[in-house]
Design a binder for this molecule. Structure first.
Ligand code: PLP
Length: 460
């Protein structure tokens, strides 16, 4: 690594990225390329001789950017937000610059200790119970994704249980969640060896706004116990992916506790809103949870990836995931004086991801972060108002289905869809950092225009 070359090239890269953000609205939000487009544009094999950075920039402009869907565009309203910010970007840069691999405390004490401190800060901002702080038996850990977070807690819960009831019980263990729960749970159960027939994705409907009903949960648990099965894991969601439904954590948690089950709360998307006192009530009942997860990389201005998992009893994770080969042994670990995050996650290696969260918290401060969330919620409310004023958007017919595709192929905005109770629904998720009122207004116009065009074609 030649430091001067780094300086020169990195400046060019920063200029390139800054220009990208300056012109981001010029791109179609959803990439309009066809599958396989890139193979036709790039050579069959890697170059034998070095190429110039300028040549690569030219290729990025001409060949890569057309195949990019612009998640940071202010006109991006699909799936869920995946925020980037200057603070998050700077943290990522520093992390890439230091490029440490902080699997054990000894491999970079600052990486482990900063992660513990910053996650305690964040836990306090969203008012998690003290049991989740690293100063007691619990603590936070940054995972790559909510999928990894739920996987590690399913494994911890499974092993905790099997240690008590014996390994042969594995095929009797049952997992509960609502049918709105993210498929990440299903994947975690597959990996953890939970019998596929023992994953209860309990039916929800519009009467509970797609939240999991404690009555339905209790019934399912009783039936399973009667059949000789063993309830062991419950996942509640705050802000489901399809419709941001909120499960009643307090009631669900009590049921979990009464049945000796592990209770995990997935607040991957909506958890960030809890920094605002007026939205904190959505996680009331979290005291009952054993683990809680939110993705700072979704709606908390922290560049991907940064999924924060807090756990009340860290030994449960460690008992499931720790290994101690000779080549990793060191005094601090042996003396049990430190946290070794390798024992809280699937991989060994890990990046210095707390830097970017630390930068976000310090460079913006709580008040700005709260305003950021509140502004998006106001914009979403404005949009809701538009929709209620246009009766065409209350009528759901198969022809409207193509509205998503018609809208997205304009390249002006990008939205996504879901199905609830058999009804096809357009999702409009406000949460990109650059989105302002004018973008939401313009997006509504695009939706109205495309609806008019579709309806006139289908009627004519
Ligand atoms: N849980 C919820 C509620 C989500 O909204 C998502 C993403 O959409 C996930 C889990 C999965 O997130 P990840 O990509 O971090 O695994």
């Amino acid at each position: 690594m030649d430091a001067e070359q780094l300086r020169e090239n990195a400046h060019k890269m920063v200029d390139f990225i800054a220009d990208y953000y300056k012109t981001i609205e010029n791109f179609p939000v959803l990439s309009q390329v066809q599958p396989g487009y890139l193979r036709e544009l790039l050579p069959d094999s890697a170059p034998t001789q070095p190429e110039s950075l300028q040549h690569i920039f030219d290729d990025i402009q001409a060949k890569i950017l057309p195949g990019v869907t612009h998640w940071q565009s202010p006109n991006y309203f699909a799936y869920y937000p995946s925020n980037s910010s200057i603070a998050g970007f700077l943290g990522e840069m520093l992390s890439a610059g230091l490029n440490i691999v902080g699997f054990s405390w000894i491999t970079s004490p600052a990486a482990t200790e900063l992660e513990m401190i910053v996650l305690d800060w964040l836990a306090k901002l969203i008012k998690l119970p003290d049991d989740f702080l690293s100063t007691g038996q619990g603590g936070g850990v940054i995972q790559g994704t909510a999928s990894e977070a739920v996987l590690v807690v399913v494994l911890a819960a499974r092993d905790n249980f099997l240690r008590r009831v014996g390994k042969n019980a594995l095929e009797k263990l049952v997992v509960y969640a609502s049918d709105q729960t993210h498929s990440a749970l299903q994947k975690a159960c597959q990996i953890a060896g939970i019998h596929p027939e023992n994953c209860r994705m309990l039916t929800t409907n519009s009467t509970t706004s797609y939240a999991l009903s404690p009555i339905v949960l209790n019934e399912a648990i009783s039936n399973d116990i009667t059949s000789g099965l063993i309830p062991f894991f419950l996942c509640g969601t705050v802000g489901t992916t399809s419709s941001t439904a909120v499960d009643p954590l307090g009631e669900l948690g009590k049921i979990a506790k009464n049945n000796g089950m592990w209770f995990h709360v997935d607040a991957a998307y909506a958890g960030s809103a809890c920094i605002c006192p007026e939205y904190r009530h959505y996680i009331d009942g979290v005291e009952e949870a054993d683990s809680f997860n939110m993705n700072a990389h979704k709606w908390f201005l922290t560049n991907f990836d940064c999924s924060v998992l807090w756990i009340k009893d860290r030994t449960a994770l460690i008992q499931s995931l720790s290994t101690s080969p000779e080549f990793l042994k060191n005094k601090a670990s042996q003396a049990n004086m430190v946290v070794d995050y390798k024992d809280w996650q699937i991989p060994l290696g890990r990046r210095f991801r707390s830097l970017k969260l630390w930068m976000v918290l310090r460079l913006y401060g709580l008040e700005n972060l709260q305003s950021y969330i509140r502004n998006h919620i106001t914009l979403a409310k404005n949009f809701e108002e538009f929709v209620t004023q246009d009766p065409r958007f209350e009528i759901v017919t198969p022809r409207i289905y193509s509205l998503v595709y018609a809208v997205n192929s304009t390249g002006k905005i990008f939205i996504s869809h879901t199905v609830l109770s058999g009804t096809y629904i357009l999702r409009f998720a406000v949460g990109a950092p650059l989105t302002e009122e004018s973008h939401v207004n313009a997006a509504w116009k695009v939706l109205q225009d495309e609806a008019s065009a579709l309806l006139s074609t289908s009627l004519g």
